[in-house]
Design a protein around this ligand. Sequence first.
Ligand SMILES: NC(=O)c1ccc[n+]([C@@H]2O[C@H](COP(=O)([O-])OP(=O)(O)OC[C@H]3O[C@@H](n4cnc5c(N)ncnc54)[C@H](O)[C@@H]3O)[C@@H](O)[C@H]2O)c1
Length: 340
Amino acid sequence: MDKIIVTGGLGYIGSHTAVELSKKFQVVVVDDLSNSTIEVLDGISKISNSIPIFEKLDLKNKEDVKVLFQKHNDSIGLIHFAAYKAVGESVENPLKYYENNLSSLIYILQEIDNLKTQFNFIFSSSATVYGQAKTLPITEEESIKQAESPYGNTKQISEEILYDYSKINSKINVISLRYFNPIGAHNSVEIGELPIGVPQNLLPFITQTAAGIHEKITVFGNDYNTPDGTCIRDYIHVVDLAKAHIVAIENLILKKSNSNYNIYNIGTGNGISVLEMIDSFIKVTGLELNYIIGPRRQGDVESAYADNSKAMKELNWKAENSIEDAILSAWNWEKKIRSL
Ligand SMILES: NC(=O)c1ccc[n+]([C@@H]2O[C@H](COP(=O)([O-])OP(=O)(O)OC[C@H]3O[C@@H](n4cnc5c(N)ncnc54)[C@H](O)[C@@H]3O)[C@@H](O)[C@H]2O)c1
């Protein structure tokens, strides 16, 4: 089997991708455990019935990245999830974010630069690069807005680095996947999201509230220009998102594109409001949820959902799970980690 390196492979999206990837590839999981635990490796192994190779290392250590590429010089591609992702913390400590998210990418590209053979690279980008889009649903043609946070800016700068580098190295094939809002957990409940501290994302906050950790949910504003006044997002089941990486790397391996740098939106195409999400959770689980309407939260855009037709056409990918599937899996995962 061809070998693929998955950086940040013990994290939320990386672990689900490692599971899907291991059906077709030999997987090398790289992680420094800065935002994950080693138990996730057991979860991946249980689901996939095989233990992936694991390299515990910090990608902002140039020497370690060099050794990684020496050791796995037979790998044909890399999926780069490893990054810090807490938007609020990035505002408090921008250098921590610029250092980690950018130096790890540069060190990896410097190693790829030494390779004599074709190399395939998938980057974890984000729909945050679009800010409040002028046109909905959002296509890949939408303009990039000034980033709202250093975290968001690292995604924009990373894409620019990849674009510039791909122009001078025709041996690298790059796909940048712009994720919308990943939610849910693997159906086996062996792996899922493990937010550290108070979750900034809606569904983990909902499941934690239902589990009794928070008294109530605060809906940040109901005076937006949307049908029910609350913000709209495109929530995608993390397993569907994981599968997008497999079709993306296969697309690169098969050299299906004329260009060696491509961008794809990965979302369901459906916009769901905060109140709709709360209602769906109540319907799916039969539980009660307390919520109040609070003021708007700084940095939130009104509405963001994907035009995913490019990924559907060129990658032959589509989201298969419903919002109800995703909510149920998230709730089952919350119950498991809280022993409810
Ligand atoms: N979760 C989201 O909502 C979302 C949305 C858009 C984009 N993304 C991007 O997708 C990627 C994965 O996100 P996630 O939600 O799985 O995050 P996560 O924090 O769960 O996973 C990232 C993993 O990378 C590891 N890591 C971080 N820095 C490292 C380093 N220097 N060396 C080695 N390992 C390192 C962490 O320990 C963690 O296990 C990130 O790049 C993130 O910015 C996430």
